[in-house]
Design a protein around this ligand. Structure first.
Ligand SMILES: Nc1ncnc2c1ncn2[C@@H]1O[C@H](COP(=O)(O)OP(=O)(O)O)[C@@H](O)[C@H]1O
Ligand SMILES: [Mg+2]
Length: 251
C-alpha cells in the first residue's frame, strides 16, 4: 500500500498547528557527536491527524519532544499555533504547553503511588483546576477512555493498555488544541489498540484537535491524513523507495 493511498487528504482549514523549520539535533557525549536530526521541515495543519514513522533509533522521540517543547533543538525553529516556541523563555514555554498541548509519553510517565483518577486529577491541578471540578473532570476523561471502573487502581494494578489509557486521559486534560503521542498503542492488545486509535481519530475529526502520533501500528495508519517517514535524520519524500518499502512492511 502506498502512503498516498492510506487516506485521502481531507479538505479543512489549512492554518498550521505545528511547523518545524530546519530543525537539527546533535547529541554530544565525551566520546562522540551524534547528529540525530539533520534539518527537519514539517507542517501539520490544524485539525489534521499525522503519523510519524521510522526505524527504531531514527530520532522519532527526539523530534516529537522538540515539537512539544520538551527538548531544545541544536538549531532550527518550531512553531505551535503560529507561536515560535523556540523563542519562548522556559516560563513562557511551560505556560504555553500547559494551555495548548497534551503529550503522551512512550513510557506512560504515571505517578506510581497515585490511583488512575489521582494521576489525571494532578494534571487538572497543574492547569489550575482543583477540588470537585478536578475529580469530576478526571472521572469523565477516564470514562471517555473506558477506564471509569478502574479509577481507584494504581498503575501497578493496571495492564499496559490500561496505563496507556490513563496517560491519554491525562493528555486530554484542559482540551488541548494539540496532542502529541509517542507510540500510544505499542503496549495495547488489539481491542484496546483499536479503541485508542478511534479515540485519537475522533479527537482530530470531531473536536478539531491536531494529533501527531509516532507509531509503527498499522491500525493507526488508516486514520492518518499524512504519514511522515523519518530516516537518516531527515523526513524522506513520501514517494521515495525507502518510505514505500517501510510502509509496505508494516501496513
Ligand atoms: N539524551 C540522549 N543523549 C544521547 N543520545 C541520545 C539521547 N536520546 C536519544 N539519543 C540517541 O538518539 C538516537 C535517536 O533516539 P530516539 O529519538 O529515541 O529514536 P526513536 O524514538 O526513533 O527510537 C538514538 O541513537 C539514541 O540512542
Ligand atoms: Mg522512541
Amino acid at each position: 500500500m502506498l502512503i498516498q493511498q492510506l487516506s485521502p487528504q481531507r479538505n479543512r482549514n489549512r492554518t498550521k498547528a505545528i511547523a518545524a523549520r530546519d530543525v537539527r539535533m546533535v547529541y554530544q557525549s565525551r566520546a562522540e557527536r551524534h547528529q540525530v536530526l539533520k534539518g527537519i521541515d514539517l507542517e501539520i495543519p490544524r485539525g489534521a491527524c499525522h503519523v510519524l514513522m521510522g526505524p527504531s533509533g531514527s530520532g522519532k522521540t527526539t523530534l516529537v519532544s522538540i515539537l512539544a517543547g520538551l527538548l531544545t533543538p541544536t538549531a532550527g525553529q518550531v512553531f505551535l499555533l503560529d507561536r515560535e516556541i523556540t523563542q519562548l523563555s522556559p516560563r513562557e514555554l511551560t505556560r504555553f504547553r500547559r494551555e495548548h498541548l497534551g503529550f503522551v509519553f512512550q513510557g506512560f510517565n504515571l505517578f506510581p503511588a497515585l490511583s488512575a483518577a489521582e494521576n489525571v486529577e494532578v494534571a487538572f491541578n497543574v492547569k489550575g483546576i482543583r477540588g470537585k471540578a478536578a475529580v469530576a473532570g478526571a472521572q469523565s476523561l477516564l470514562d471517555l477512555v473506558g477506564l471509569g471502573d478502574r479509577r481507584h487502581y494504581r498503575p501497578c494494578d493496571l495492564s499496559g493498555g490500561q496505563k496507556q489509557r490513563v496517560a491519554i486521559a491525562r493528555a486530554l486534560v484542559g482540551e488541548p488544541e494539540i496532542i502529541i503521542a509517542d507510540e500510544p498503542t505499542a503496549a495495547l492488545d488489539a481491542q484496546n489498540g483499536q479503541a485508542i486509535s478511534q479515540l485519537l481519530h475522533h479527537l482530530a475529526k470531531e473536536q478539531g484537535c491536531t494529533v501527531l502520533l509516532v507509531t509503527h501500528d498499522p491500525r493507526l495508519l488508516k486514520y492518518a491524513d499524512t504519514v511522515h517517514y523519518l530516516e537518516d535524520g531527515q523526513i524522506q519524500p513520501q514517494d521515495s523507495s525507502r518510505a514505500r518499502f517501510y510502509l509496505n512492511s508494516v501496513a
